[in-house]
Write a protein that binds this ligand. Structure first.
Ligand code: ATP
Ligand code: MG
Length: 179
């Protein structure tokens, strides 16, 4: 059995998925498309970590954040991993704050994560050739929740499982809403 890796992600709603699928369709010769049910935006990658600690840190960080809006308006390319992604030219401040809050809460829980700059993106193609440029198919994405996901590697591709999900902002963690 492969190791289970954890990451915090935003899962697109149906209108955003429709837009992303339209982009994949338009650029279908770019590479191997990521299946619709795996399209996501990773806010922070944890790797192998304790699930309960990751859940506690995620809940705390989510409660700090608030709903946010994302415009996936551009295609980018990571040459090293050979992926084509849809991204936001302007990274919204609340998303940066959420990313920071996750680091802070993980550190508070004794988990050290290598710092990396947040490049908000949804991977659309793997084993891809470079494609870049503006896209107009994806409607505004209203993000109101964050998900803790585990990933297991299988021959057919990674298997993602939703481990926990929180609403952004107050009300994210009932067990901490002690007044
Ligand atoms: P696979 O690696 O099995 O092909 P995957 O990349 O979708 O599939 P994971 O490697 O578990 O699955 O990654 C889960 C998510 O975390 C993906 O969005 C991936 O881009 C991101 N990720 C993985 N490793 C890192 C890393 N070292 N730094 C930042 N993000 C990462
Ligand atoms: Mg990977």
């Amino acid at each position: 059995m492969g190791a289970r890796r954890l990451f915090y992600a935003l899962w697109p709603d149906e209108p955003v998925l429709d837009g992303l699928a339209a982009v994949q369709q338009r650029h279908r010769d770019a590479g191997r498309p990521v299946p619709r049910d795996r399209l996501h935006l990773t806010v922070l990658f944890l790797g192998e970590a304790d699930l309960r600690i990751a859940a506690a840190a995620g809940a705390a960080a989510a409660a700090w954040g608030g709903p946010l809006r994302l415009e996936l308006d551009t295609l980018g390319y990571f040459a090293k991993s050979r992926v084509v992604w849809a991204g936001a030219t302007a990274c919204p401040e609340p998303l940066i704050a959420l990313h920071r809050a996750l680091y802070r809460e993980l550190r508070r829980c004794g988990v050290r994560v290598g710092r990396s700059r947040l490049v908000p993106h949804v991977t659309l193609f793997r084993k891809a050739r470079p494609v870049r440029g503006a896209i107009t198919e994806v409607p505004e994405w209203r993000v109101d929740r964050i998900t803790l996901v585990s990933s297991r590697r299988e021959a057919a591709g990674p298997i993602y499982s939703m481990e926990a999900e929180w609403r952004l902002g107050r009300g994210g963690i009932p067990e901490c809403d002690v007044e």
